[in-house]
Design a protein around this ligand. Structure first.
Ligand SMILES: [Zn+2]
Length: 92
């Protein structure tokens, strides 16, 4: 049901406007064209216009924070083992 890609396809800017439109508030003629045109569906899904900027990778925590977290994990494990030992002694 794909129509041939023709000169009637909207420009990249129009597709970007359609993509960023509030749902239900898109220009009807663009939405109608997009519903029928496979080429424009692919353009909208896989690249028309500039893509939104990627979020930067989060920074690594400082060595002090890593050490503090590791220490907290070790202390929590030790406390868990101690309480398990006490519980085992109660039910022995
Ligand atoms: Zn089209």
């Amino acid at each position: 049901m794909a129509t041939a890609a023709g000169a009637s396809c909207p420009s990249d800017a129009e597709l970007v406007r359609l993509r960023d439109a509030v749902p239900g508030d898109a220009p009807p003629e663009l939405a109608r064209h997009l519903a029928e045109c496979e080429r424009c569906q692919q353009r909208v899904l896989f690249g028309a216009g500039p893509r939104p900027a990627k979020r930067p990778m989060p920074e690594w925590p400082t060595p002090q924070r890593i050490l503090l977290l590791a220490l907290a994990v070790v202390v929590a494990l030790a406390m868990l083992l101690v309480s398990l030992q006490r519980l085992a002694a109660v039910f022995r």
